[in-house]
Design a protein around this ligand. Structure first.
Ligand SMILES: NC(=O)c1ccc[n+]([C@@H]2O[C@H](COP(=O)([O-])OP(=O)(O)OC[C@H]3O[C@@H](n4cnc5c(N)ncnc54)[C@H](O)[C@@H]3O)[C@@H](O)[C@H]2O)c1
Ligand SMILES: [Fe+2]
Length: 407
């Protein structure tokens, strides 16, 4: 049995209401004099970018803004951001420039890959896969405005490869943000649909992180140079807390957008779920979301939300105790009943939460038809990085079963 594991997170995390106002001072401490903000027009309109810019200006940090970000971003968007940064900062010393992602996971991911390309050259395509970034990058700063992806504390960026027409991950510890400022006040303007879908993404991160295999059950080479090495005690602790926070606060965050305690709890949950999955791994839901997203052009969070209950049904026999614990964390009464009954209530609680926040019923509602299932199941087998962590073996047949259940 292996008894070692590794835990990585953003180098510094500043959490709390109005902490975005401290961004400039924090960057000064890091020796940054110039900042390139990667964001999108919604966040400009919502006034979020003004908060960030004001803080930088007060600290006399020169700023330029790229507002060409978009949901589920592509390599084209990264290339546009790189071009804009080179145009805005032709002579600046790389050490004194920070690349700041302001937005949801989409803009933060673009900021990460932009920093890699600006520092090491080449194109975004050169960095897809594990450990392809050759060294430290310019200072990456993440300022999340959704409570979902956890990208502010992960070493991953998910970008659509426009040539292959599929989303791929860039995975490297050099992409871990040097600073994450998690200010729940920036999420108050987040639309209900994005709040619901990204909140379900965070729940999926926590549930997958908690229910995947134990770290010692995986045949990993001793140097641990594997992005997803299986769960460990720290990822479990973060996942458990995230599930409790989401169960208690996601509904309020969706229906009462200005409920600050609920928003704050969700920002913390997303951060903790990110810390969990970035160190343990993800499994079937995230693997299946790739073909679902590619076919339906729906958001990452929505695809995950529709798949999560069916994947839980599939995993229940392999992780009954874990799902019983999840039931209790989601507020179900589990005293005096069997683990199996509790586990079933836990999965039912996930289905109910999803329905309560207005997520559609199943994959059919987003345009998937029965005839799509065999090809989608077949194509998911390629995501070995994700599949290898599953506590119950996955193959094309298993994926077909899950997809049919999720219809
Ligand atoms: N890097 C990682 O570790 C990781 C993990 C999970 C998902 N992802 C990726 O993250 C992306 C999804 O990110 P997301 O769910 O955070 O959504 P998002 O970044 O795609 O944002 C969705 C929409 O909401 C708007 N928006 C966001 N915050 C807002 C606010 N406060 N006010 C007004 N509008 C706001 C954005 O402008 C955008 O139009 C996907 O590409 C997914 O693959 C990355
Ligand atoms: Fe996710």
């Amino acid at each position: 049995m292996r008894t070692y594991w590794k835990f990585s997170a953003a180098e510094q995390i500043l959490f709390g209401q109005n902490t975005a106002r401290q961004l400039g001072d924090e960057l000064k401490l890091l020796g940054v004099c110039s900042a390139f903000i990667v964001t999108d027009s919604n966040l400009v309109k919502a006034g979020v970018v003004d908060v960030v810019r004001a803080s930088l200006s007060a600290a006399q940090i020169a700023v330029s803004i790229f507002e060409g970000g978009a949901p589920e971003p592509s390599t084209d968007i990264v290339s546009n951001a790189v071009e804009a940064a080179r145009r805005d900062w032709p002579n600046v010393a790389p050490d004194s420039l920070a690349i700041i992602g302001v937005g949801g996971g989409s803009n933060i991911d673009v900021a990460k890959v932009t920093a890699a390309v600006l520092t090491h050259g080449g194109t975004p395509f050169d960095y897809f896969g594990e450990d392809r970034v050759p060294g430290r990058t310019m200072t990456i700063v993440a300022v999340p405005t959704t409570a979902g992806t956890g990208s502010e504390t992960t070493s991953v960026a998910v970008i659509e490869d426009v040539n292959k027409k599929m989303k791929l991950a860039v995975s490297s510890n050099y992409l871990l943000p040097r600073l994450a400022i998690v200010d729940p006040m920036l999420t108050l303007s987040c639309p209900a649909k994005v709040t619901a879908e990204s909140g379900m993404d965070a729940l999926t991160h926590a549930v997958e992180a908690y229910t995947i295999v134990e770290h010692f059950a995986l045949p990993i080479p001793p140097d641990l140079r594997v992005a997803f090495p299986g769960k460990n005690p720290l990822s479990d602790t973060h996942a458990a807390k995230a599930i409790q926070l989401i169960g208690a606060n996601l509904r309020a965050a969706v229906y009462q957008p200005h409920n600050v305690p609920a928003r704050e709890a969700m920002s913390l949950a997303a951060l903790m779920a990110g810390m969990a999955f970035a160190n343990s791994g993800l499994a079937a839901v995230h693997a299946l979301q790739y073909p679902v997203g590619a076919l339906t052009h729906t958001s990452h969070g929505l695809g995950n939300a529709l798949l999560l209950p069916a994947v839980c049904d599939y995993l229940l026999p392999a992780q009954t105790r874990e799902f019983a614990e999840i039931a209790a964390w989601l507020g179900e009464k589990t005293d005096g009943i069997s683990d199996r009954d509790a586990a079933m209530w836990g999965i039912e609680a996930i289905r109910q939460l999803k329905a309560d926040i207005g997520i559609p019923n199943g994959l059919r509602d987003i345009g998937v038809s029965e005839s799509d299932i065999p090809a989608m199941a077949q194509s998911t087998v390629r995501y070995q990085r994700l599949i290898r962590c599953s506590p119950r073996p996955l193959n094309a047949e298993a994926f077909e079963w899950i997809l049919r259940k999720a219809m």
